[in-house]
Design a binder for this molecule. Structure first.
Ligand code: URA
Length: 193
């Protein structure tokens, strides 16, 4: 059953998607950005107002910081692949619930199956929990790789790290150092171009 919160003007695939019950008023489905053949994939939480407006992930303030992080890694935004757990802006921009994450997981896993990245950086706890089926804290998850095994048997290393929005709120040298260490570890899994 389509959710009453999902606009009736939305295309049928959106109205009948498993995550439809969680959809609030939104403008655009925010699917992805970047290269579908990328070695490096970033997974964020959910679109915010700017992303909803433009239909692209990470285009607001957190996105600008993510762009800087990508540049610092010696890469371009066009050469990586970026997606979110939730494909539409959540009601009230709230942190995704476990139900929302569970309902959205199949969409994200389809994207991962298509891209087959060499490494995934999970930005923040909702993305890390979605990918790794864990309720552990970021402090215990970050700074090491976790195996994500796809149905095909392909194992993709996942590096959890703090979300750029968290970093913006808490822009301390210590937090920046932690994120940079995580990103450098992720880079060590990439094959130089
Ligand atoms: N935060 C996210 O997690 N994703 C976006 O696309 C934007 C902000």
């Amino acid at each position: 059953m389509p959710s009453p919160r999902c606009p009736s003007s939305a295309p049928r695939y959106e109205r009948e998607a498993p995550h439809a019950p969680f959809i609030s008023e939104y403008k655009n489905l925010v699917w992805d950005d970047g290269d579908i053949h990328a070695q490096l994939m970033f997974v964020g939480e959910a679109p915010g107002a700017d992303e909803d407006e433009q239909g692209k992930p990470f285009v607001g303030r957190a996105g600008q910081l993510l762009n800087k992080m990508i540049t610092a890694m010696g890469l371009s935004r066009e050469s990586v692949y970026i997606a979110n757990v939730l494909k539409v802006r959540p009601p009230g921009n709230a942190t995704p619930t476990t139900d929302e994450i569970d309902a959205s997981r199949p969409f994200l896993f389809e994207q991962i199956k298509i891209v087959r990245p060499k490494v995934i950086v999970a930005l923040g706890l909702p993305a890390s929990r979605c990918l790794l089926h864990t309720s552990d804290s970021m402090a215990s998850l970050r700074a090491r790789f976790h195996d994500l095994e796809l149905e095909s048997g392909l194992v993709i290393p996942v590096m959890p790290t703090y979300h750029p929005a968290y970093l913006l709120r808490s822009y301390t040298p210590e937090n920046r150092k932690k994120v940079w260490e995580d990103l450098q570890m992720a880079m060590s899994n990439l094959t130089p171009a």
